[in-house]
Ligand binder design. Structure first.
Ligand SMILES: Cc1cc2nc3c(=O)[nH]c(=O)nc-3n(C[C@H](O)[C@H](O)[C@H](O)COP(=O)(O)OP(=O)(O)OC[C@H]3O[C@@H](n4cnc5c(N)ncnc54)[C@H](O)[C@@H]3O)c2cc1C
Length: 388
């Protein structure tokens, strides 16, 4: 509930209307009384739930089921500005959006990660991706059209959004081919730039996912970086080439241009922030979700995942609200989180645990079961219905 106090009215500006931004704005609006402004700025008028794109690919969701207009947040008292953010000055906490300057007392940056598909020549033209809603929509008929030949699923860089997604894509494509009775005529293979599936979660998780792939007859080629593609052929860093009938890719990522051009960008290529409070080096400025680099003890960063963006959003919102209300800001992000791995046939596995554990993340994986699939449905419901 919103607590009342008699300090000066404050403005909190949230950059980005994705999972992190929407969760942060909602939580702030619940915690703060209406004297204080909560402004959310996003380029697109719609929120789309990326974790459901694979269900769009497999025909289980229509686009309108994973899309909500951000303007709906206005009814809760969140001011929504649909505009391109052109500049961010973290020193003065001033943002330029759609040619207009907006000043913040507290600024939350949740602008996600942009795709850098152009890093791999020819990939965009030769392949299809499930990493955008339009891509997932195009991929659905492309998967349905496969009756024989080879499907290659590639990760085009070791760092990408959602470590589970490309492996889920391969499993869901396998399931679709089995449903149509053509799997026997189609080879399905995953070529990953990274040395093991979901490696950040530890060797036991990698081994479990590798075993699930093997069980389904999906060939797995780790540390196999794609370098170029043309229709029907993919080239790899070891000099090998692979023929394909359908190439499906997870694109590399980079910091969004507007952040890269600002003082927020660090030598990590992302925004550095405190692991527990998500505070940046600029007073009153916080960075959450995919645009933030949070190093783990194993040298890799915390995975880009909506569950983390969501958890971090609540921590930052609670601490900003507490500081506005003159209370102590005690909320901390503790590195706990989990990730569903859709395996098809109405089931999913679930890897969860403590990513901040020392000396390495402590993550357990649960075997594919209906309950974990329903867990992912609940995550979707939570974000799409509770926050929007
Ligand atoms: C296929 C796929 C499946 C996934 N599955 C899962 C899953 O099962 N579980 C899970 O936890 N995570 C999953 N993820 C990851 C999850 O979607 C992201 O981690 C999450 O969206 C990050 O939230 P965010 O708020 O940091 O960024 P985003 O949700 O990407 O939001 C960033 C927003 O900022 C906007 N923006 C960027 N630049 C500008 C600008 N200059 N001006 C205005 N607006 C701008 C963007 O348009 C976007 O709306 C998946 C991702 C993909 C691609």
């Amino acid at each position: 509930m919103a607590a009342h106090n008699h300090g000066p009215a404050q403005t909190v500006v949230v950059l980005g209307g994705g999972i992190g931004g929407v969760a942060a704005a909602n939580r702030l609006r619940r915690r703060l009384d209406r004297r204080h402004r909560v402004i959310l700025i996003n380029r697109d008028p719609d929120f789309t739930f990326a974790a459901s794109y694979l269900w769009v690919m497999s025909g289980r969701r229509r686009p309108n089921q994973v899309t909500r207009p951000l303007q709906s947040l206005q009814r809760r008292g969140i001011e929504v500005v649909i505009a391109d953010i052109e500049a961010i000055d973290p020193v003065t906490r001033t943002v330029t959006a759609g040619g207009r300057q907006i000043a913040a007392d507290h600024l939350i940056v949740s602008l996600g990660a942009d795709y850098a598909t152009d890093k791999i020549p020819g990939l965009q033209r030769a392949g299809e991706t499930f990493a955008t809603l339009t891509g997932a929509l195009r991929l659905a008929p492309a998967v349905n059209a496969v009756t024989k030949g080879r499907v290659l699923v590639v990760t085009a860089a070791p760092l990408y959004r959602c470590p589970a997604a490309p492996y889920e894509a391969a499993l869901l494509i396998d399931a679709a081919l089995r449903h149509r009775g053509v799997r026997g005529n189609v080879d399905v293979a995953v070529h990953s730039a990274e040395p093991a599936p979901m490696g950040v979660a530890g060797a036991n998780v990698s081994a479990a996912v590798t075993a699930i792939l093997a069980d389904r007859g999906i060939d797995y080629h780790p540390s196999h970086q794609i370098t170029a593609a043309e229709p029907g052929r993919a080239d790899f860093a070891d000099g090998r080439s692979e023929a394909f009938d359908l190439l499906v890719y997870m694109p590399p990522i980079r910091l969004p241009d507007v952040v890269a051009a600002s003082a927020l960008a660090s030598t990590s290529g992302w925004i550095d922030a405190d692991r527990q409070t998500l505070a940046t080096v600029f007073p009153g400025v916080y960075a959450i979700g995919d645009n933030t680099h949070l190093p783990l003890s194993i040298g890799k960063p915390l995975p880009r995942a909506g569950v983390f963006a969501h958890a971090q959003a609540l921590v930052v919102a609670d601490n900003i609200a507490a500081s506005i209300q003159g209370a102590s800001a005690t909320a901390r992000f503790d590195g706990h989180g989990g990730c569903y791995i859709e395996t098809g046939f109405g089931k999913a596995g679930y890897g969860s645990g403590d990513f901040y554990a020392e000396p390495s993340p402590k993550v357990n994986i649960r075997r594919p079961a209906r309950r974990w699939h329903l867990g992912k449905v609940a995550f979707e419901y939570n974000v799409m219905r509770r926050w929007l």
